[in-house]
Design a protein around this ligand. Structure first.
Ligand SMILES: C[S@@+](CC[C@H](N)C(=O)[O-])C[C@H]1O[C@@H](n2cnc3c(N)ncnc32)[C@H](O)[C@@H]1O
Length: 221
């Protein structure tokens, strides 16, 4: 049997939240703060330096006022998609941005094959329709383009989906890998723990990524 809505192949209660109200209410107020500590941000910037292509077109999904790209990182264009216009307006690394609620409409307002790379940073736990969003990310990526899902262990608890609360760090990597598998058309997901190993307590940073595989029916570009 083919899933009409692939997210439904997970138990329905996985994506329930303590605050199931319209996300626009929660994100109306701009939050010009960082959600992880400086060490975690340094780890993300270092990973981006090593893995993201320069002079590329990048989508920062679930974006806010910081994209954590390294200073002097060369880009063709960086586009943000998030819930708050003021936050993204304050982000010096975005060239363009769009306010768009992925939980009410997982369709991405971008052309097929228009991005080299997509990142979603410390926000995956807020997606209630991840398989649909991952399918859309695949559509808007160029062939072989990568989608990097970066996560830590902090959250707005009332807005994080139930399954996220119930998993440990490793299991969360497996959950994200299952989003890639269920949305189809990706390489084998790869997982990293890029947390800085210091003698003090820092926020951990984990990353799961995969690259878009071309279906035989799709153009080769
Ligand atoms: C914890 S902040 C992370 C922001 C940024 N990615 C960072 O690394 O600092 C969560 C972000 O997810 C976005 N977000 C939450 N729910 C969303 C939704 N339903 N659709 C689109 N974006 C959403 C919000 O706009 C918010 O900026």
């Amino acid at each position: 049997m083919t899933d009409q809505n692939p997210t439904q192949s997970f138990p329905e209660n996985y994506f329930q939240r303590a605050d199931g109200s319209d996300d626009r209410l929660f994100y109306t107020q701009p939050r010009l703060l960082v959600h992880i500590d400086d060490h975690a941000i340094a780890a993300i910037r270092s990973f981006f330096q090593e893995h993201l292509p320069q002079n590329a077109t990048i989508l920062d999904l679930m974006s806010s006022w910081r994209s954590h790209l390294p200073d002097d990182f060369l880009t063709e264009k960086v586009v943000g998609l998030g819930m708050n216009d003021v936050e993204m307006r304050e982000n010096p690394q975005l060239d363009e941005w769009v306010v768009h609620d992925l939980n009410s409409d997982p369709h991405l307002p971008f052309e097929t094959g228009s991005f080299d790379t997509v990142v979603v940073t410390v926000s995956i736990q807020y997606m209630t329709r991840p398989v649909e969003v991952f399918s859309e990310v695949r559509r808007i990526l160029k062939n072989d383009g990568a989608f990097y899902v970066i996560y830590s262990n902090r959250m707005f608890p009332t807005k994080a989906v139930a399954i996220w609360h119930n998993l440990n760090d490793n299991e969360r990597a497996q959950l994200i890998a299952s989003y890639f598998v269920k949305s189809e058309g990706w390489s084998q997901p790869t997982a990293w723990d890029v947390s800085l190993k210091l003698n003090i307590k820092t926020d951990p940073v984990f990353i799961v990524s995969a690259n878009k595989l071309r279906f035989p029916s799709e153009p080769s570009e």
